[in-house]
Write a protein of this length. Structure first.
Length: 117
């Protein structure tokens, strides 16, 4: 929403929400050596770009992918976690995310999927 500078007001907030309804957020996060995120699911479409380092992306199914500088992942409201394995867990790493709002997600049974962090 660009009317009445609503977008500017949101950008000035100290703690923006995880995502904006019908909007987007870009986040740059530094991971310390060996840091592992919790398993989480955001009700967003996430583009994760490895800026620096090597990360292991782990899905709730157990599927794993090694991601290196320049690699991009697309998470479609999926449960996942990140592990910084840069330098065998001895060096920091950096990831940038672009988070886009998405419509309500339902599973194969027709039940609403909820996000968690």
């Amino acid at each position: 929403d660009l009317n009445n500078n609503v977008d500017i007001q949101k950008a000035k907030e100290k703690e923006p929400p995880f995502h904006y309804k019908s909007g987007s957020i870009v986040r740059m996060i530094d991971f310390g050596p060996g840091v592992e995120s919790p398993l989480h699911r955001a009700m967003t479409i996430d583009y994760g770009i490895i800026v620096e380092g090597v990360f292991e992306l782990i899905l709730d199914s157990g599927e794993k992918r090694i991601m290196r500088q320049g690699d991009v992942s697309v998470q479609r409201a999926t449960a996942h976690k990140w592990v910084n394995v840069t330098g065998n867990g001895t060096l920091p790493g950096r990831v940038m995310w672009v988070l886009l709002d998405c419509k309500e997600v339902v599973d194969a049974k027709g039940e609403k999927v909820e996000g968690y962090l």
